[in-house]
Design a protein around this ligand. Structure first.
Ligand code: F0G
Length: 459
């Protein structure tokens, strides 16, 4: 195995410690910062043209060629094929949406939705799990664990079930959508409902993993983010290997945005992509830490010498003021994003911006995504609501090519959807807004006259 073909490296420029790819770390043992997977590209030998990857997709008999993650394997070549795991993830499509374009206020043929809900567990997390489970197998992990707002736990539970690895997931009690909880239970993961929110789960799963030697699958695991880079390769593929003008993505723990930034950084370094897209990361106003760090506190990457104290001070301020995140978009109800630093790098690489949008706009955008024939969960719709905001602000041009990442399937959180359409949100998750796109069910008597009248009234 060419383990010298790639290694792990601390992102903190003042540290820069490196580690073998077979070591298991979720933070730099020297300084505590995040780790990256770094490649020796001469040995990994990626093709000279991105389009060379395209031919593999038709090769359905080879699971690694068919996987939307592993068909790009030379760009994430950290383990031999024998360990690679795939459940057919990444068969996701970039779809043009004139209806959503009209809603956003952009040119009709220039808005595209990358629907990651089509993955085996119904969210983009499967891209990351395919990669992280491959690493887990390579290093002989015995048990896997994560903290989750729901989708990570669903995805981890599915891949663990396929790999025959025992799984433990930490979820905030009452904090995750039922579709996601149902998946974790069904796929057989030990499910701990912690009396706390996601940030509490994250802290505790790190402690428990260190103590019990659980292999941690959250996005602090650098191998997971390698899998999530492939979402961008597929977006480029959908556009004939040209970058869009904008990629708009919801921001929670900031793994996705960090992975996208790394993908573009590497493609530029390799000369595979001349022009990079700009990146917009969208928070909910009820969980707007990144927005505050970037737009109020003006934090930037500073070539890996970013202001760590400012982040620590923000975490402390949250403690002191007892500020807790609250949003209908439960997937991004996160106040202490573990990948904040890598996201700052992504924002620099892609000349990015950050915005937050209120729950009412998220739910309106979600209804429009559904109305025009795709459907997504609330967190995903934050990308669409954010794109609309940025077009209104004039930051995104009306005729720019815009790609919104729809991170999770509509069926993940039916309570939020029914809440919007009926006006009866789940207790504690009420959203105040006019609901202009509500499509409430119509109660009708068991009577054919009344039924026909109700049908005619729908016209
Ligand atoms: N959209 C969905 C549907 C998600 O599940 C998540 C994160 C995000 C967006 C945000 O992505 O963390 O990479 O910025 N869900 C995690 C979970 C935190 O536990 O399922 P991010």
């Amino acid at each position: 195995m060419k383990s010298n073909c790639c290694f792990q490296k601390c992102i903190n420029a003042a540290c820069g410690a490196t580690f073998d790819v077979r070591e298991i770390h979720v933070a730099c043992p020297s300084c505590g910062d995040l780790l990256d997977v770094v490649y020796d590209w001469d040995r990994a030998k990626p093709p000279k043209l991105l389009s060379a990857f395209q031919a593999r997709w038709t090769n359905r008999r080879n699971p690694l060629d068919f996987s939307g993650v592993w068909r790009f394997r030379e760009l994430l070549d950290f383990c031999p094929d024998e360990y690679k795991v795939t459940l057919g993830e990444g068969q996701t499509l970039l779809q043009s949406s004139p209806g959503v374009a009209a809603y956003i206020g952009a040119k009709s043929d220039s808005v595209f939705l990358q629907y990651e809900g089509l993955n085996p567990s119904g969210s983009f997390k499967d891209n990351g799990m395919a990669a992280a489970f491959s690493h887990a197998r390579m290093v002989g992990a015995a048990r896997v664990a994560c903290a989750s707002t729901g989708n990570t736990s669903a995805s981890l539970a599915l891949y663990a079930a396929r790999c025959g690895l025992p799984a433990i997931v930490f979820v905030g009690s009452g904090r995750i959508a039922f579709g996601k909880l149902a998946q974790a239970l069904d796929y057989g993961a030990g499910t701990l409902q912690i009396a706390g929110d996601f940030d509490a789960c994250m802290r505790r799963v790190k402690e428990a993993s260190a103590r019990l030697k659980l292999y941690l699958m959250n996005s602090v695991n650098p191998f997971r983010l390698e899998g999530q880079k492939t979402i961008m390769y597929r977006v480029l593929e959908g556009l004939g290997w040209e970058a869009p003008d904008w990629v708009v993505v919801p921001g929670g723990n900031l793994g996705n945005s960090s992975a996208f930034g790394k993908a573009f950084m590497e493609m530029k370094e390799l000369g595979l992509l001349k022009r990079l897209p700009r990146l917009a990361v969208i928070n909910s106003t009820g969980a707007d830490t990144l927005d505050r760090l970037v737009n109020q506190k003006k934090l930037t990457w500073q070539r890996g010498r970013y202001d760590r104290d400012a982040i620590a001070a923000d975490w402390k301020w949250q403690d002191d003021t007892r500020r807790l995140p609250h949003t209908i978009a439960s997937a991004i109800e996160i106040a202490r994003p573990v990948n904040a630093a890598k996201c700052l790098r992504a924002l620099e690489v892609c000349d990015g911006v950050v915005r937050s949008v209120p729950d009412s706009e998220i739910m309106d955008a979600k209804a429009q995504v559904g109305r025009y024939g795709l459907g997504c969960e609330p967190a995903s719709a934050a990308a669409v609501a954010g794109a609309k905001r940025l077009v209104e602000e004039g930051v995104i041009d009306r005729d720019a090519r815009i790609v919104c990442i729809l991170t999770g399937h509509a069926l993940k959180d039916p309570d939020a959807t029914v809440g919007y359409h009926t006006g009866n949100y789940p207790p504690g998750k009420e959203v105040h807004g006019e609901r202009p796109f509500a499509n409430a069910p119509v109660p009708v008597a068991d009577d054919i006259e009344a039924i026909c009248a109700a049908i005619e009234a729908q016209r």
